[in-house]
Write a protein that binds this ligand. Sequence first.
Ligand code: PSV
Ligand code: MN
Ligand code: MN
Length: 424
Amino acid sequence: MQIEKYKIAEHNDSLAPSLKRAYEFLAGEINDAESIIRKLTDFQVAIPSWALGTGGTRFGRFPGGGEPRNLEEKIEDIGLLHQLNQSSGAISLHIPWDIPSNPSHIKALAAQHGLRFDAMNSNTFQDQPGQALSYKFGSLQNVNKAIRQQAIDHNIEVIRHGIELGSESLTVWLSDGSCFPGQLNFRHAFQNTLEGLQEIYKHLPDNWKMFVEYKAAEPNFYSTTVGDWGQSLLYAQKLGPKAYTLVDLGHHLPNANIEQIVSLLLMEGKLGGFHFNDSKYGDDDLTVGCMKPYQLFLIFNELIEGMDARGMNHNTDLGWMIDASHNVKDPLEDLLQSVEAIMISYAQALLVDRNKLLAAQQENDVVTAQEVLQQAFRTDVRSLVAEARRRAGGAINPIALYRSEKVRDHLIKERGAKTMATGL
Ligand code: PSV
Ligand code: MN
Ligand code: MN
């Protein structure tokens, strides 16, 4: 489903006067609002194909109505998000959850919606129907060479699908690890995994990147073979220049200083991609910014500081993706909230007075340094984000328009009340 352009225009007309008041006030208070608007307009966040249905936990799943039944419908849903916010211009696929049976048709459909294909994700953490060998005791780390080879072959197949769609990166997340002390020889597990990744790396086209995603725990609860950023960085360094670390916000031990991790990875030129979500306990995959918005801001502050220091393009030089899904909300509304939270944090981080911060740091003036950061964080930038969206052709208030257009009711009518999207 698409929302007709005149509906967006009508919606925007009704909200324009109050937005204008708020935006003009803010533009008078901050430096160079226009340059921030330009950066916000350029910034695009990929939507994962598996976040369009209701997520589940091991205790069950409660599907909402009108979930997409196939890849085409997933692309349509993301097209709708992009139409509303103009910031969701990419889709990330998980294979085999979303195998494109007719790639040129899928590519054309995505292009019609203004979407490009972000990182391809492989899956060696589940056994698929008909699969010859089981990943119960790991994939690339496995003591059995044939199982390792099966996982390597799968990743090569994922690269092949990605080439057909015009993607330029592969994200490898391995659930490999062990559940009990003594189960695994750590060194052998690391070496097997490295050899497997090296084999996959050989099949990357020249313009591709490989993202090695780490995660502290789950499904394994004693050790994880790519468990933290140190291990991921080791693999990335050993693999070569096309390999990078991928940071997923939910994949750290409690209270990890993610902003410092990001800063150092950028310094080393080894930060490649990002999975946004929020959490209170572990890999909760909650809506971005719903729990720890100050942490998100501090992370963006380091991202901008580090990218600017290396002359990187904010939009294109890192892979930005949402990796969230859960039980209780309409997934499309949830994704609109996540993208909004990302844009708000990005805008606030762009407001940081970097010269003043650096001067305060040089003087050991801790109070001023904190004031500089909090001045930016406590600025209400919602009108700036909405104005950028309006100028790009999106809706001033995407969720309000989504609701007034009764999008979910339409999707239920079209697809049925009991559909179940593929994913976890
Ligand atoms: C693992 O928890 C993860 O973050 C990886 O990125 C997977 O591909 C994704 O979640 C699956 O939902
Ligand atoms: Mn992830
Ligand atoms: Mn995760």
